[in-house]
Design a protein around this ligand. Sequence first.
Ligand code: ADE
Ligand code: ZN
Ligand code: ZN
Length: 249
Amino acid sequence: MRHLSILLLTASLLLAWGKTGHRVIGRIAEENLTPAAKAGITELFGHSDLARIANWADDIKSDPKWDHSHEWHYCTIIEGEEYTGPESGGRAVQKVTEFTKLLSQDNLSEKDQKDVLRFLVHFVGDLHQPLHVGNGTDKGGNDVKVTWFRDETNLHSVWDSKMIDHMQYSYTEYAQQLQLGLTDEDRQAMLNPDIMSFVYKSRSFHPQVYDIGNGKLSWQYIYKNKELMEDRLLKAGYHLAAILNEIYK
Ligand code: ADE
Ligand code: ZN
Ligand code: ZN
């Protein structure tokens, strides 16, 4: 029993934006693809349902063959410094850049195109979770123990899934809710494929994210951070669409 709980605990530390978060991002992106991008993705998968492929990169963490991919889910920007590269921890920026290029060049096997696209959809999402752009001191908040209502957990997990799950929306409902009332100008403004701009943006929210008082997080923390969490999901969806539209031009 003890071993089982340790195993479960370890597994929970490894998750990224939870399943719903990645699906919301995939759904929003899909709704904003150009016809060419939609066609390119459909040619590969037989559909263009990005929500369906968005969690594969987490699923394969259970396969030792993919152990080397664990550090592809995050990056690090040391406090007060510029992003320097993977040597400060995590390869998400490098992988998103590399995979975008690989898909654009169009000389991969069909199997590799599928894997690379599944990774890309997931990592663009991860990089919008403020704690996936870590500060290099606490594994992106995984080492910051907090309570969430009555449960013991960590700050990273609150941002990956606890806050999202608390909203009790399905991913399709959430994708729809987040886009209510957007004008064409709003949408255009969000269709930005520049990776480093959203990485720095994620990092810029750390003061708010780490403002956790005594670490007993519940209604008040949600009240203060819901808007930011939802904005990161929305922007992730549009940025992902912009990157894919650029690839399948
Ligand atoms: N491990 C080390 N840094 C991390 C981060 N920012 N996110 C997830 N896992 C990590
Ligand atoms: Zn991830
Ligand atoms: Zn995570």
